[in-house]
Design a protein around this ligand. Sequence first.
Ligand SMILES: [Zn+2]
Length: 455
Amino acid sequence: MKKIRRKTKIKYSPIHKPKVTIYRSRIIHPVSPLQVEEFKDGALVVDAGGKIVACGDYARYQKANGVKYDQAKLVDKRGGIIIPGLIDCHLHLPQLDLRGKHGATLLDWLKKYIFPAETAFANQRLAEDLSKRFFKKLILNGTTTAAIYTTIHAKSTDHVFKIAKASGVRVIIGKVMMDMYSPAGLQENTHNSLKESEALCSKWHGSSGGRLMYAFTPRFAPTCSEEMWLEVGKLARESGAYIQTHIAETKAENERVKELFPDYKDYTEIYEENDCLGPKTILGHAIYLTDDELRRLAKTKTKLVHCPTSNFFLKSGRMPVELIEEHGITYGLGTDVGAGTSMSLFTTMRHADYVQPHLAVSPVKAFYLATLGGAKALSLDSSVGNFKAGKAADFCTVDISAIDPRYKLGELSADEILSLLMYRGNGSVIKETYVNGQRLDVDGLKIKGEKISFI
Ligand SMILES: [Zn+2]
């Protein structure tokens, strides 16, 4: 791992100085897939609006700005580590309680567990209860940004947005769209699906200061008509919102797509021809794609999500990350709950390594994918992902001794810390989670009579 040293002093105007909070701690954040920047005694300086003013060495900061300290609030987090908030690029909220329920294949698992649970999500009380537990678990796992699928139910999705708003987490959310070959209770009328999605998008996309965003969310090609894809493409262009969907997760799914869409030369062409590809399109899985398809995804700057825990669980295969990187395609990590069994991005990070038989995914690289890489995959890297000045202060505080009390922070290198988090970490190491400089309060999501853990 290469460490880079800061050459310039932290720029800070002493005259028009805003009120700031300084978090003093060990700080590790990514600058590229191969590099992290580390401050053993660091200062993360956050303004009253929740933006990062500076990130650097504490002593240097104190020397440059010490006189003005009466205007700054110092929060001493020494003994812990501050890292950027984790970014989950793909997960399904209504599947929270189905994690770990075994299905032989993707299509079997959908039929046996997922479709009945998604049908039940029409019940708004259930949707509200599940949403509260879900967002609480995101916070407890240090996930500050997430791209979330709900179900076809517009009212329940509206509830999910309300709870997301109250939770403080940064989200991209979409009502699932399914207008063909779907199980009874989950099949929609095309026109209604589009109208309801459009209404949710205009109500929520860009609200709460941009923290809440909308994604048009057709489930995948086997359950959505050509008309649906065409209209979704138009709606996404008009609104500036995202499109999220799945592609080529299993061989059986690819076969089904061939049967249903014989006029298209491959899976990608269905999305391509209907103007559903682009920088704000987020495709989950991308396991069985040809070289030519990858070339076209790269050309349109479409983003992919790697969900190794889910791919392990359903024995779907593995995303060929070496090919995807060769094509220069940007991708992030997704827990893909509920086929993914864990809400923790640390689990996904280690599985990203385990799932590759010949390729080593280093802790630095996995950390990048779960933070800045994820931000790039969601086109949010100008505002989150690391501690560059001007970005939003989305971060977590980490206690490495939660992995093993015998670990002494001072004796561990940045490489070792990231390695321990990747291979042994879970929600127990996350002590606090902040979005826009605000500490997220898990008890703010009033949940009666149930103790919610990170698991
Ligand atoms: Zn999924």
